[in-house]
Write a protein that binds this ligand. Sequence first.
Ligand code: LLP
Length: 407
Amino acid sequence: MYCEDVPVRDVVEAVGTPVYLYSLAHLRDAFRTLDQAFAGTRHLVCFSVKANSNLAVLRAFVNEGSGFDIVSGGELYRVRKAGADPRKVVFSGVGKTREEMEYALRSGILMFNVESEQELEALNEVAGSIGVVAPVSFRINPDVDPQTHPYISTGMKKSKFGIAIDPAAAAYRHAIALPHIDVVGVDCHIGSQLTSTSPFSDAAARVRAFVETLRRDGANIRYVDLGGGLGIRYDDEQPPDPRDYAKALTDGIGDQDVTLVLEPGRSMVGNAGILVTRVLYLKRGEAKNFVVVDGAMNDLIRPSLYGAFQGLRPVVRREAEPMTADVVGPICESGDFFAQDRQIQTPTPGDLLAVMSAGAYGFTMASNYNTRPRAAEVLVDGNEFAVVRERETLESLVAGEKIPAML
Ligand code: LLP
C-alpha cells in the first residue's frame, strides 16, 4: 500500500506503529473540490478543526485560503499557531467560557455562533468589559432529521445544541438591542456523516425563511452559516457529490444577499488518512477469532463509541486464507475493537493493517487510556513524508503529575 508515492511500509520502518498517515494531495483536493462547488456563491469554507487539528493539517488549509470553525480556546490557539487569519474564524459550541470569549474577541474573529440567551448575555458583558463589539449569529435548530447516528445528530428539538426557531426570533430582537453585540448572521448545523442532500435542503430552506423574518424585523444579516455534515464513504455509503451538496444548500438559501459559511470537517480529511497498526497475535477461539493489534480504542474510538465501520486492508498484499475475526486492541475493555466479525485475510503476527478513513475524528479523539502514548502522525507529499507529531513518550505522559509531600 502506498500513500501518494510513499510505501506505507517505509513510514512504519521510520516511525513505528500505531501511526496516522495523511495525504497532503488528498487534503488539498478535498478543499478545492468543495470550494469550487460553491464558486458561484459568495462563501467562506471554515474547516472544522475538531475533525483533525494537527498544526500541519491546519497549515495545509491555511495555504488554501481556508477559514476555520473552532469550538474552544484550544482550537483557536491551534489555528493561530498554524497561521490562520482570525477574520476567517467562527466560534461554535454550547459552553464557551468567558476566558475563551475574551481570547476570541481580542483575536478579532469573524463571528460567534451563540447557542443560548445566557451565553449572549455573557458575551455582551465580556465584550463591554474590553471595549469591543462581538459579531454574533445564533445557532438555530431547524428541527430536521439528518438520518444519521443519534450521537452525531444535532439539529433536532431534543438536542442540546442551538435554539429552536420560534424562541430564536425573540433572542435576535434582544441581541439587536444589546450595546456590545452586532448581529451579523444565522447559523445551523444539523448533524454529521449525512449521506443524502434532502436534510441539507430542508434545513437551508428553513434558515432562508427565518432570515427573511429577521430582515423584516430590521436585522442586518450578512452571513448564513450552514455548518458541516457532508458524509464520506467508509463502507458502501453513497454520499452526495460536493456539487450536489452545494446545489442543495444554495438552492435552499435562494437569492438572499449573504456570504455562505460552511464548516466541513469529515469530508475534508476523513479519507485523507489511515491508521496503521501491527498485528501482534492471532487468537483462535471456540466462538470467535481475534486478531490482536497494537492500535486500540484510545487511538481510534469511532468503532467502540458509535459502532462505526472502518475499512481494514493489509498494507502488504499476499496470498492468505480468508477468515472471520474481531480485530481488537490491547485495552482492557470488551468494547476495544476496530472491527467485529469481519472477513479479512488471515494475518500473521508482524503484518501491518491499515484502518481506512481514519483522517477525521481519529487522532483528535485519541486518549491515553491504559497509559498508552498517543500515536505519531505523518504527512505525505508526493515521495516525501514528515513526522508532524512525534509519538508520545512515557515521560511526557506523567509530566504534569506530582506525588505530594503528604505521601
Ligand atoms: N460544525 C459544527 C457546529 C459541528 O458540531 C460539527 C461536528 C461540524 C461543523 C463538522 O461536521 P462534519 O463536517 O465533520 O460532519 N466524532 C463524530 C463526529 C462528531 C461531529 C461533531 N460535530 C464521529 O467520529 O463520527
